[in-house]
Design a protein around this ligand. Structure first.
Ligand SMILES: C[S@@+](CC[C@H](N)C(=O)[O-])C[C@H]1O[C@@H](n2cnc3c(N)ncnc32)[C@H](O)[C@@H]1O
Length: 261
């Protein structure tokens, strides 16, 4: 799983010195596997487009670069501040950023597409998903779609507690140039798997500065997701297993759902 959500920041509470956005960005900027998929949906659906949990703009900026009018919601002030300083001046009028909770946002616009990429949907329990779906439905134009990508339910269910943190990626720290090693550990609980993402900044004196983000992923089935969306008034348009639009299969790595209002 290449992507993860960052909102439970344990170590750095002061946004001004919060290192997460730049660490997240360095780690994820080369994750482009899904970009063409979102771009092509955006071309098909038209504007305006809303991204929930837009983070550092990995997807929002390329959508704006392709000429789309985009709105991005995130509840992390630090992520939005980092994103703001990345937006090229000529795109500023096409990108609208809103600091809000995606469970109860309200925007004075109706959207042709609402997207929730990068494994964030499964970090909400059923009650929260129902709240979010009700809001999304309200904000979509008739015929508009909600498009969401998440880890495959079977893949999540199969994860067992694993306390061995193998190094999964290494990049240079954006401020110091020292290596940062990324690893994860998992804790299986009754209805969720908690994934602890560790960023270890290796300092020249041999010390390690660790920043950890702990993310719960709730266990649900494809049928649960589909039933919830239908209850919220959506029609399921497609379910994919990858960003090349292969049909969903239980042994997939991803579950991507396109639901239409
Ligand atoms: C995994 S990151 C994805 C960022 C970006 N969409 C991407 O694809 O790289 C998830 C983002 O969702 C945001 N987020 C998590 N829970 C949220 C909530 N309840 N309301 C708004 N944003 C939230 C986090 O702050 C984080 O920036």
């Amino acid at each position: 799983m290449a992507c993860f959500s960052i909102w439970e920041i344990r170590k750095y509470m002061n946004d001004l010195y919060n290192p997460f956005p730049s660490l997240y960005h360095c780690h994820h900027q080369n994750f482009t596997e899904d970009l063409a998929f979102w771009q092509s949906l955006a071309r098909w659906q038209g504007d305006p487009i809303l991204e929930l949990g837009c983070g550092t703009g990995r997807i929002l900026i390329p959508l704006a670069q392709a000429g789309h009018e985009v709105y991005g919601i995130d509840n992390s002030h630090a992520m939005l501040a980092f994103l703001k300083q990345r937006i090229p001046i000529d795109l500023q009028s096409n990108i609208h950023l809103i600091e809000a909770n995606m469970l109860d946002f309200q925007i004075d616009a109706e959207f042709r597409m609402v997207l929730l990429p990068c494994n964030t949907y499964s970090t909400f329990d059923a009650q929260a998903r129902a709240r979010m779906l009700a809001r999304i439905f309200q904000q979509l134009k008739p015929g508009g779609v909600f498009a969401v990508s998440m880890p495959s339910p079977n893949l999540l269910r199969a994860l067992q507690t694993n306390e061995d943190a193998d190094v999964e990626a290494i990049f240079s720290h954006p401020d110091t140039g020292n290596p940062v090693q990324v690893s994860s550990t998992w804790e299986k609980q009754e209805n969720l798997v908690k994934i602890n993402w560790h960023y270890d900044h290796l300092l020249p004196d041999g010390k390690i500065e660790r920043v950890t983000a702990s993310i719960p992923h709730y266990l649900a089935t494809l049928e649960d997701y589909v039933t919830e969306m239908i209850s919220a008034g959506f029609t399921i348009q497609s379910t994919y297993r990858n960003f090349e639009t292969g049909s969903y299969k239980p042994d997939a790595s991803y579950l991507i759902i396109i639901a239409q209002k």
